[in-house]
Design a protein around this ligand. Structure first.
Ligand SMILES: NC(=O)c1ccc[n+]([C@@H]2O[C@H](COP(=O)([O-])OP(=O)(O)OC[C@H]3O[C@@H](n4cnc5c(N)ncnc54)[C@H](O)[C@@H]3O)[C@@H](O)[C@H]2O)c1
Ligand SMILES: NC(=O)c1ccc[n+]([C@@H]2O[C@H](COP(=O)([O-])OP(=O)(O)OC[C@H]3O[C@@H](n4cnc5c(N)ncnc54)[C@H](O)[C@@H]3O)[C@@H](O)[C@H]2O)c1
Lengths: 205, 205
């Protein structure tokens, strides 16, 4: 059972390693990986040790092997079908973001209640009526949902999610979620204001 | 000089503490704060020790005092003026997000090159011509910029930023930034795909 703090850092390592891979690099030292992600080399080695024994040559880790193993363990499957609830400004931006697709997360549906938006195509996915949430998420094997609706719509969305087979939720709405179901639903909250706190700290010092 | 990993956790603590404050709570134990942010109580106490001596009663920390001190140190000033470069789907969503304002980060301008967007009001800020970037950021005392343009526009935006007085940048574009200037510019990259890696790990186990 890997500590969540390690999982969070490993997501950063994967991104950094894929970036190095694109530049044609094949080996990386724990020192270099540490510098790119602002942790210590010891922390990098400790985090990676949760994911198995990586044969370390004199010069470092084999990037291809490490990316493959870390991604497999974090993702569990090669591709995930993801939906976005709320086809507004944020939902639209997320639906078009290529970074999800290149990480193996395919946005295959959006849901909204606005008749002006239902039926539209955004990115490579269609906007469906939220009333059809359960049917469509089941049909398209969607287990993950991104929530991007106004705060006042949260209770209604919680109900649709509870009655579906969604297992994980990425929540952008500044409200604590509660699902009226016995099924375990993983929740990650995103608050971009946290990034600005960190940025102002780095800027002022 | 506080380790960046601590600064990142402290941004989470602030958010959690403000949430408890809203619920009317006045004291919090390091155990409770740890549970809410998925770290150990020891880590909480160690992180807070970088920010000063917090008189700890038998039951815990005074929420009001801790939020005030952590925010002051992370922010350095009560309010920051922030601009968004790129008034597209993502830029629009960020401009309307109330979470920035309640943390003391005021979106006071957006910049774009599309004549259809220049002059529009989004959230409580106006969209200006990117050509006027230097003048307007100087006039409005803007030190932080959020970048939300397509990848192909990055070089042009880097030049505008280098020639301005921007000191910190929150970058949503999946490109490594380089600024042709001696001035130190803090950079934080956001890649929401990382959140999905963590979510799929939590979902599958
Ligand atoms: N956490 C962050 O960092 C962050 C950043 C930006 C925005 N946000 C949040 O994201 C949310 C969306 O922001 P936005 O600017 O895209 O808003 P928006 O108003 O542009 O879009 C909201 C969309 O949700 C739809 N909707 C409303 N009720 C619905 C329901 N019951 N079922 C399905 N769809 C419904 C609307 O029709 C609309 O299309 C807001 O809650 C905002 O606070 C968070
Ligand atoms: N990191 C993440 O998690 C994440 C998530 C979503 C989107 N994104 C990225 O954010 C960026 C914006 O996405 P979007 O969906 O809002 O795109 P968009 O096409 O809707 O908006 C881009 C805007 O930038 C403007 N623009 C283009 N060139 C410009 C220039 N030189 N100066 C000023 N403005 C300029 C366009 O006119 C447009 O208004 C993309 O690079 C996308 O990959 C990142």
């Amino acid at each position: 059972n890997i500590p969540i703090a390690s999982v969070e850092r490993v997501a950063k390592y994967i991104r950094c390693l894929k970036h190095l891979q694109k530049k044609g690099e094949e080996i990386v030292s724990s020192k270099k990986l540490a510098e790119h992600t602002q942790v210590t080399p010891e922390q990098v080695r400790k985090d990676l040790s949760y994911f198995g024994k990586f044969g370390k040559t004199g010069t470092g880790y084999n990037i291809k092997k490490v990316v493959k193993r870390l991604s497999n363990i974090l993702k569990g499957r090669k591709n995930w079908n993801v939906c976005i609830i709320g086809a507004g400004a944020l939902g639209t931006a997320l639906s078009r973001y290529q970074g999800f697709k290149s990480a193996g997360y395919n946005i295959v549906a959006l849901f909204d209640k606005d008749p002006e938006k239902i039926g539209k195509k955004i990115g490579s996915a269609e906007v469906y009526d939220i009333k059809k949430f359960s049917d469509i998420t089941k049909k398209k094997d969607i287990k993950l949902a991104i929530i991007a609706v106004p705060a006042e719509s949260i209770e209604e969305v919680e109900e649709y999610i509870a009655k579906s087979q969604i297992k994980g939720v990425l929540n952008f709405v500044p409200v604590t979620l509660n699902f009226n179901t016995k099924r375990k639903i993983a929740i990650i909250e995103v608050d971009l204001a946290q990034k600005l706190y960190i940025l102002s700290y780095l800027t002022k010092k």
